[in-house]
Write a protein that binds this ligand. Structure first.
Ligand code: GAP
Length: 433
């Protein structure tokens, strides 16, 4: 199943291996014309639901390059290390806590025999050097999470917007990790994108846990509303010894991937870990002053952190369908890269081409629309099915007389006649999440 999706992504321009013509670079991926649009649609829907439609969340886009003291304060320099073991036979390295991967390696490579070194620590931060004078460059770290950009700007956001607690700051952007074993296509990459909300609340045990629970539900509902199979989604609470160094409570949303259940989103109760540490390390006051009561305190943070790439991958896995020799992506129309494709029934009939082009030009300002006049109609349908285009619009000879087009539905393959002037309303109705 995963192999089929990887092949479709390459064939149809969703995702290509990074630096491919130079032999690749493990753990990096490039999004092609279809993939970049799908990714944009995921982020646009998320931003609309998370920022545009809410009074209590504002946006931010912080720099990727940050003062390295931030990573001391956040605890990553000290704690972002994994215990690694090395196979003494072939020298491949694995995370010591990934028992299943270790077992699979022994089974597939060494006839179930294992000979391993003792665990050693391996740093997950990607280093970068900034500066023009040779030998005097400043050591930086590419951010391993986008989160700290929010925390260091906490005061800026409060002062510039006057937003009151409880409130959230939303952000998406790239993060980088020196993953030891990148794999499962884009699932574990070294460069990836996250979309997060840091939601600041009063430091109150009961109330913060209530808000933590409500974010769990909200985020799960978001995926379900996008049409994902509910039975392939679940929560997995972290035991205290499984939590990241900053988390007071933590839950993952997991999806049942072709290789089993795995994480797509982390929901963390970070309490005052980040703001208190930044106060200590920067010497700046990071407290919040309630504008009504004058009360001053360090807020607690409830975080939801989703991978954009992982979300895209599980949306593709969930949408992939095979019916005989027909392959289609049953994506929610709001996610589909193209919302509609317009065809003239025959490409050698100028009157059909002219009218089809006019319809195409009228739809394009509102929706991503594809044009196809190659081959026969059946081939064009199959081609759009693989891209997940929900509607195909065909202009035929009847259209010249009745000003109606044939719309073919990707999922049911049913066809109906719709007046040209009704097309925009027809699509607008179907595209709402
Ligand atoms: N700020 C909290 C944080 O970064 P995390 O659980 O380490 O928490 C959050 O990461 C999400 O980022 C994950 O649920 C996953 O979707 C995505 N993610 C993390 N590491 C990734 C990787 N190596 N490749 C792709 N996505 C990754």
């Amino acid at each position: 199943m995963l192999e089929k999706i990887v092949a479709l992504c390459k064939r149809r321009g969703f995702i290509f291996p990074g630096s491919e013509i130079y032999g690749g670079l493990a753990g990096t991926w490039d999004y092609g014309p279809l993939g970049v649009q799908l990714k944009k649609n995921i982020k646009d829907i998320w931003w609309k639901d998370t920022v545009q439609l809410r009074d209590d969340i504002v946006g931010l886009d912080a720099a990727i390059l940050m003062n390295p003291k931030i990573w001391e304060a956040s605890g990553h320099i000290e704690a972002f290390v994994d215990p690694l073991i090395e196979c003494k036979i072939c020298h491949e390295r694995f995370r010591a806590d990934k028992k299943q991967e270790v077992k699979e390696h022994e089974e597939t490579k060494h006839g179930s025999k294992g000979d391993w070194t003792q665990p050693r620590k391996f740093h997950g931060l990607v280093k970068a050097y900034l500066g023009v004078v040779e030998g005097q460059e400043q050591l930086l770290y590419l951010r391993p999470e986008i989160t700290q950009g929010v925390h260091v700007n906490f005061k800026n956001v409060v002062d510039s917007t006057r937003i009151k607690i409880p409130f959230g700051i939303a952000q998406f952007g790239k993060a980088f990790r020196n993953e030891i074993t990148p794999g499962n296509f884009t699932f574990r990459s070294r460069e990836f994108e996250q979309m997060e909300v840091q939601y600041f609340v009063k430091p109150d045990e009961q109330e913060s846990l209530r808000i933590f629970e409500s974010w769990k539900k909200e985020r799960m509902d978001w995926y379900v509303d996008l049409g994902l199979s509910e039975e392939r989604l679940r929560f997995k609470d972290h035991a205290p010894d499984e939590r990241a160094h900053y988390a007071k409570a933590a839950t993952d949303i997991e999806y049942h991937f072709p290789w089993g259940w795995d994480e797509v989103m982390g929901i963390h109760h970070r309490a005052d870990w980040d703001l208190s540490r930044h106060e200590k390390y920067s010497g700046q006051n990071m407290k919040y002053k309630d504008p009504v009561t004058g009360e001053e305190y360090t807020p607690w943070d409830i975080e939801t952190s989703a991978g954009v790439d992982r979300s895209l991958l599980f949306l593709l896995v969930d949408a992939y369908r095979e019916e005989g020799d027909r392959v289609y992506l049953k994506l929610h129309p709001a996610l589909s890269p193209y919302k509609a494709a317009v065809f003239p029934l025959l490409s050698n009939k100028p009157e059909l081409v002219k009218l089809a082009k006019r319809i195409y030009d009228d739809l394009r300002p509102q929706f991503m629309t594809a044009w196809d006049d190659r081959g026969n109609i059946g081939k064009r349908y199959y081609s759009q099915d693989e891209l997940g285009t929900p509607f195909c619009v065909t202009v035929d000879f009847d259209t010249l007389l009745d000003k109606k087009v044939t719309i073919r539905d990707r999922d049911t393959m049913k066809q109906e006649r719709i007046a040209i002037k009704e097309l925009v309303n027809y699509f607008t109705d179907k595209l709402n999440v």
